[in-house]
Design a binder for this molecule. Structure first.
Ligand SMILES: NC(=O)c1ccc[n+]([C@@H]2O[C@H](COP(=O)([O-])OP(=O)(O)OC[C@H]3O[C@@H](n4cnc5c(N)ncnc54)[C@H](OP(=O)(O)O)[C@@H]3O)[C@@H](O)[C@H]2O)c1
Length: 262
């Protein structure tokens, strides 16, 4: 018998989950949103119909829209159903305030690479021993790496793995801006940078078991050479600290959102 998954909201992340899982057997999908989207899965124009359909209900709306959705869910029959929430800065207690402590809730923090089954996803549940919660964990393992994490770790995890792709891309953008000097078309610069990042990832992948990151950097660095010059600049100017600042700012914002409910 197939398990029915219903998305409330069908934006970037819901589409990524669907893309990552659509080849799976014994899973059916449908969604509800305030307006119909381009999608090859059924659309329900009433939230109550989506909830009646679904065994697993994914809360795929922005943090500021979550309360309105939870208010609509409160009076509906949700017995035996699993609620999955990737909503940043909204903890399990926040959802329980609307749906009750008896509701099975799984909080996750994924990223958009779910579409390619390459997400790194944190998982926590208010009923960790419930078999339906374990089912969700197994599903997340299919969408990349999944890790069980204390809820107190979610703010930092959100900064590193939820926002992380944007931070890494913004670093690549700095390289691209510098390469404007070459007078090459922007699309070619993107291709070259893609090759650079893929090559670096492959180098990391091939050697990660036997070498630390420090050793891998060392392998590219000759004494007194160009890499050494760049790394020395980075150390003198404490660039690492600034990078840490990016992650701290994101983590602080996640903590703030959790506290203020904004
Ligand atoms: N994107 C990421 O990389 C990422 C990573 C980790 C976690 N998250 C979390 O995932 C959640 C979704 O993010 P997203 O990027 O997918 O957002 P998104 O692209 O903006 O999609 C949000 C969806 O919610 C729908 N929606 C808004 N209000 C609604 C309501 N009252 N009832 C039903 N549907 C409603 C919107 O469609 P209508 O306006 O037509 O209703 C839209 O389909 C966020 O809470 C975010 O914190 C996202």
């Amino acid at each position: 018998m197939s398990v029915k998954h219903g998305f409330i909201g069908f934006g970037n992340l819901a589409k990524a989950v669907y893309q990552g899982l659509k080849q799976e057997e014994n899973i059916e999908f449908a969604y509800f949103a305030r307006s119909r989207k381009e999608a090859d899965i059924p659309y329900y124009n009433k939230i109550s119909d989506l909830v009646a359909f679904a065994d697993v209900i994914w809360l795929m709306v922005k943090p500021q829209d979550l309360s309105a959705v939870l208010e609509e869910l409160t009076p509906l029959d949700r017995s035996g159903k699993t609620i999955v929430s990737p909503v940043a800065g909204r903890n399990i207690a926040f959802i329980e305030r609307y749906l009750g402590t008896g509701q099975l809730i799984v909080r996750i923090m994924p990223n958009l690479a779910m579409a390619y089954r390459k997400s790194v996803t944190a998982f926590v549940s208010n009923q960790p021993d419930n078999g339906n919660a374990s089912e969700i964990f197994h599903l997340l393992e299919k969408l990349g790496k999944a890790v069980q994490l204390e809820e107190s770790g979610f703010d930092l995890f959100t900064a590193v793995f939820g926002s992380g792709p944007a931070f890494i891309l913004s670093f690549i953008q700095i390289f691209k801006d510098k390469m404007q000097e070459f007078n090459l078309p922007g699309s070619l610069l993107d291709e070259l940078l893609l090759e650079l990042t893929q090559g670096t990832t492959l180098y990391f992948t091939q050697n990660q078991k036997n070498y630390s990151i420090e050793q891998l950097i060392q392998n590219i660095t000759s004494k007194g050479g160009t890499t050494q010059a760049g790394l020395d600049y980075s150390r003198t100017h404490e660039i690492g600290k600034h990078f840490e600042g990016i992650l701290d700012a994101a983590r602080n914002r996640s903590e703030e959102m959790s506290k203020n409910g904004d």
